[in-house]
Design a protein. Structure first.
Length: 401
C-alpha cells in the first residue's frame, strides 16, 4: 500500500470511507432523513461558535480526563452506539479495542453485529444500549445478558419514531448477505475491492444479524427481524423508564432528549445521565442542532444528573465547545465510523487522536488546565444561537403518562 494510512481530519477519513465502501454501505452510514436539514445543522451550528483565546497565561500541563457514567475517561469523548454492520469484519470489537487503547468508554448498540461478551472483553468500560423493543420480559432478558457480560452502564435510546425516507434516496439493505446477495451486489463490491478483500480474508460474508437480541436457544434475529419487533412494541411510558432504571440499578443514560420538560421527567424517573441528541439527524428532520439546545437543558438539570451531547461532533474543537456550553462529555457516531471504514481499528484510534489533539489545543488556547474549566466565556456565541424546547412546565404532554 503506497499511501500513508494516517489521516489528519475526520473529513479526510470520510473521503476515504466513501472511496472504500460500496455505495449502499456508505449511504447507510450517512443516513439522515427527509431533507437532511438536521444532520447538516448538527455540524454547521458548531462552526457558528467561535473561540475567545488568550495569548498569555497558557497552562503547560493540561488534564483532559473526566468520568462519565461512573467510568474513567482519558478525555471527554464516548463511543456512541451504532450498528456498525458491514463496515468492517471486526466491527464493534475493533472499535472497542481502539476505545480501550485510548482510555475511553465504548457504547455498544443492541443492533450491533458483535456479541456483547466479545466487546466487553475488548473494553471493560462498556455501556450497553437498548431500544424499547419486545416488551418488559424480553428487555429484562437482554439487560441481564449485558450485566452478566460485565457492562457497567445502560443506555436507553428513546428518540426514534420510525421516520423513513430521504430526498436523496435510501440505500438498499439486504435482509441477509448470502451468495445470492453478493452476486446482486457484485457491481458495487467489485468496484470496491479493498472492502471485498477485507471480508473475503475472513471467509465470511458481512453479517447482518443482531446477536445481542437473540432469545435463549434461538438464532440471532436479522436486522430487519429485530426492527420489526421494535416497530410492533408499544412505546414506553415514564413509568417504564423508571422501572428499567430500577431493574438495572446502576449508571443509566437516557439518550435522545431535546426538551427541558423531558429532561426534568428523566431526572424524576431516576436516570443518572441524559444525552442531548437527535439521533444524529436520522430521525425527525428539522429538529434543531443539539449544540443549540444543550445550554438550556444543562442549565435546567445539569446540577442533578450528567448531561452529555451527541450530534455533529467532528473535531476536538467541537468537543471543547460542547463542554463550554455545559456538557460533561460528548458521544461521537459517524466520526469513528469513518475512521473504522478508512483504516479499521487504527482508523478509529486516529479519529480519537484527532479529537484529543483538537480538544487539547482549545484548552491550551483558552488558558485552562482542566476540561472542567471550559465555560461560555471561552466562546463567541452569536445572538439568537440557542434554542429552548419544552420550557413550559405546565405543558400537557409533559404531565401526561
Ligand atoms: C449508521 C448509524 C447507526 C446508528 N445506530 C444507533 C443505534 O443502534 N443506537 C443508538 O442509540 N443510536 C444509533 N445511532 C445514533 C448515534 O448513536 C448518535 O446519536 C449519532 O450518530 C450522533 O451523531 P453524529 O453521527 O453526527 O456523531 C446511529 C447513527 C448512525 C449514523
Amino acid at each position: 500500500m503506497s499511501k500513508n494510512a494516517w489521516f489528519e481530519t475526520v473529513a479526510e477519513a470520510q473521503r476515504r470511507a466513501k472511496k472504500r465502501l460500496p455505495a449502499s454501505v456508505y449511504g447507510a452510514l450517512v443516513a439522515g432523513s427527509e431533507r437532511g436539514r438536521t444532520i447538516d445543522e448538527n455540524m454547521d451550528a458548531f462552526a457558528e461558535l467561535g473561540f475567545a483565546p488568550h495569548v498569555v497565561g497558557h497552562q503547560a500541563q493540561r488534564d483532559l480526563s473526566t468520568t462519565v457514567l461512573g467510568m474513567p475517561s482519558a478525555f471527554p469523548v464516548v463511543i456512541s452506539p451504532t450498528g456498525v454492520q458491514a463496515v468492517h469484519p471486526d466491527g464493534e470489537v475493533a472499535v472497542a479495542r481502539a476505545a480501550a487503547n485510548r482510555g475511553i468508554i465504548m457504547g455498544l448498540s443492541s443492533f450491533a453485529s458483535k456479541p456483547v461478551e466479545d466487546v466487553v472483553a475488548a473494553n471493560p468500560n462498556t455501556a450497553f444500549q437498548l431500544y424499547w423493543s419486545g416488551g418488559r420480559d424480553t428487555i429484562l432478558q437482554r439487560l441481564e445478558r449485558a450485566r452478566a457480560a460485565g457492562c457497567k452502564a445502560l443506555i436507553l435510546t428513546l428518540d426514534w419514531s420510525f421516520s423513513h425516507g430521504r430526498d436523496w434516496g435510501s440505500p438498499v439493505i439486504p435482509d441477509k448477505v448470502d451468495l445470492k446477495t453478493m452476486v446482486r451486489m457484485a457491481p458495487e463490491a467489485i468496484t470496491h475491492p479493498r472492502w471485498l478483500w477485507m471480508f473475503a480474508r475472513t471467509g465470511r460474508f458481512p453479517d447482518l444479524t443482531t446477536p445481542n437480541l437473540k432469545a435463549p436457544g434461538q438464532a440471532a434475529p436479522t436486522f430487519f427481524g429485530a426492527y420489526g419487533e421494535w416497530m410492533q412494541t408499544a412505546p414506553p411510558t415514564w413509568q417504564d423508564v423508571s422501572w428499567l432504571v430500577d431493574e438495572w440499578g446502576g449508571p443509566f443514560l437516557l439518550k435522545g432528549v431535546s426538551r427541558i420538560d423531558d429532561a426534568r421527567r428523566a431526572v424524576d424517573a431516576g436516570v443518572s445521565a441524559i444525552s442531548v441528541s437527535n439521533h444524529g439527524g436520522n430521525n425527525l428532520d428539522t429538529t434543531p442542532a443539539t449544540i443549540r439546545i444543550l445550554p438550556s437543558i444543562a442549565e435546567a438539570v445539569g446540577d442533578q444528573i450528567e448531561v452529555v451531547l451527541d450530534g455533529g461532533v467532528r473535531r476536538g474543537s467541537d468537543v471543547a465547545k460542547a463542554l463550554a456550553l455545559g456538557a460533561r462529555a460528548v458521544l461521537i457516531g459517524r466520526a469513528y465510523l469513518w475512521g473504522l471504514a478508512a483504516n479499521g481499528q487504527a482508523g478509529v484510534e486516529n479519529v480519537l487522536d484527532i479529537m484529543r489533539g483538537g480538544l487539547d489545543s482549545a484548552v491550551l488556547g483558552t488558558g485552562h488546565a482542566t476540561v472542567g474549566e471550559l465555560g461560555p466565556d471561552d466562546l463567541s456565541i452569536p445572538d439568537g444561537f440557542t434554542r429552548t424546547l419544552g420550557a413550559r412546565a405546565e405543558s400537557p404532554r409533559a404531565l401526561s403518562v
